[in-house]
Design a protein around this ligand. Structure first.
Ligand SMILES: [Zn+2]
Length: 411
């Protein structure tokens, strides 16, 4: 009757709730039944979770996979320096043929995708980089990876529309190759104009928005506030995400003012992604730090944690392991209680699923059978011990085991 069964799992249901020692039966890529003592006589495969944690697929909803593993020997101490170093990356491709560049991007990005999968990630959202040498080849590479790994992971391309490549990218969006409208308003002289343009594109193509926001050494949240205003104006409540928002940690913002802004953000169902590790690395020691995650959660925002950069000039660290990012976030924000450690687990599962508008997500009957068995009994223990993903399932199929990708489903 069922295709497979996972026995004796401790299912993490989000919001702090856990169901201990139950079975999951899978049929046609979805969870058909959750309960005890499910009959396994006619089952194709059976796995014993041994009272370890079962979590729905991790979702890394802010990455830059195309430039991963391009770390140079430039010492980076600030966001502005990292941007300059990233521009120099372009120069290192000077004189390469398109085919060579394409293969190089595929190699970097493909390595990240595989590392994500073996760590239990079943969706990633990547900000696609367009530069002088790469042109729009990079979007083509993302399309190829989407197909190659379709049985393992969902890849969302978050795309900005720089003037140089705008017409070409508009055509790509019409063909359905753009999943999310991205942008970097905080790095532009006129953040309002850039934000307006992003929302107009979102309306035109009926896509969600995910913007880098208030990451530079600003002492205000003006860009964040403007994005809140646009979200209201365009009726995009719940479909807009702001990444970084480290301005929330600026010394010039009073607690009262922060509370007022976060209240406005919660009213438009704003999603925020904290890139804790990257922000800690790039922060100016005198002012900026990571986003005020605790206050944001308490204000009712949907907050996620993601990897951001993987071993490039913006961050020389990263293993595509969201439990590692969750643990760092817990340490930085002193999330030392069971309640907050479970909240951090939500920030890499149920919360990013919302900003990615993922359907049928979770461990309920009818959800997609995308989940991992983690080597720890509870969410808090999984975060604290940065436990490994022993079995990773996607649409009910085992796609990775003990850190190894099962390669037979590659296209
Ligand atoms: Zn980023």
């Amino acid at each position: 009757m069922y295709d497979s069964i996972v026995k004796n799992g401790n299912l993490y249901l989000g919001n702090g709730k856990i169901k201990m020692d139950v079975d999951i039966a899978v049929k046609d890529g979805k969870i058909a039944k959750v309960g005890s003592g499910l009959d396994e006589k006619q089952v194709g495969a059976s796995y014993d979770a041994q009272r370890k944690l079962v979590v729905p697929g991790f979702m890394d909803t802010h990455m830059h996979i195309d430039k991963a593993f391009t770390m140079q020997n430039d010492a980076t101490v600030s966001l502005i320096e990292a941007c300059a170093n990233s521009d120099r990356l372009t120069d290192s491709y000077y004189g390469w043929s398109d085919a060579q560049i394409y293969e190089e991007i595929l190699a970097h990005a493909g390595k990240v995708v595989e590392m994500c999968i073996v760590h239990g990630t079943t969706l990633l959202k990547t900000n696609v980089l367009f530069n002088r040498e790469w042109g729009t080849l990079v979007l083509k590479a993302m399309n190829e990876l989407k197909v190659k790994y379709a049985e393992y992971i969902t890849i969302l391309s978050c795309v900005s529309f720089p003037d140089e490549f705008r017409e070409e990218l508009l055509r790509a969006a019409s063909r359905g190759e753009v999943d999310v409208i991205g942008g970097y308003p905080h790095l532009c002289p006129d953040y309002r104009a850039v934000t307006d343009d992003c929302f107009a594109l979102a309306e035109r193509f009926q896509l969600p928005v995910d913007l880098h926001c208030d990451e530079s050494d600003v002492t205000n949240l003006d860009c964040f506030r403007y994005i809140i205003e646009c979200t209201k104006k365009y009726g995009m409540q719940g479909k807009v995400t702001c990444g970084h928002v480290t301005g929330s940690n600026a010394t010039d913002i009073s607690e009262e003012m922060l509370a007022e802004i976060l209240k406005e953000a919660a009213e438009v169902k704003m999603n925020v992604t904290s890139l804790t590790s990257c922000n800690m690395y790039l922060m100016n020691m005198t002012r900026r730090g990571p986003a005020r995650v605790r206050q944001m959660v308490e204000a009712g925002l949907n907050v996620s944690v993601a990897s951001d950069n993987i071993r490039d000039t913006f961050r020389p660290f990263g293993n595509c392991n969201l439990l590692e990012e969750a643990l760092l976030t817990a340490r930085v924000h002193r999330f030392g209680t069971t309640r907050w450690l479970r909240e951090v687990m939500d920030m890499i599962t149920y919360h990013p699923a919302k900003n990615a508008l993922a359907e049928n997500y979770g461990l309920e009957e009818g959800s997609y059978a995308d989940f991992s068995i983690i080597d720890a009994p509870t969410p808090e223990e999984a975060v604290l011990s940065r436990a490994s993903s022993q079995y990773v399932f996607r649409r009910g199929r085992l796609v990775a085991q003990d850190g190894e990708l099962i390669r037979e489903y590659l296209h």
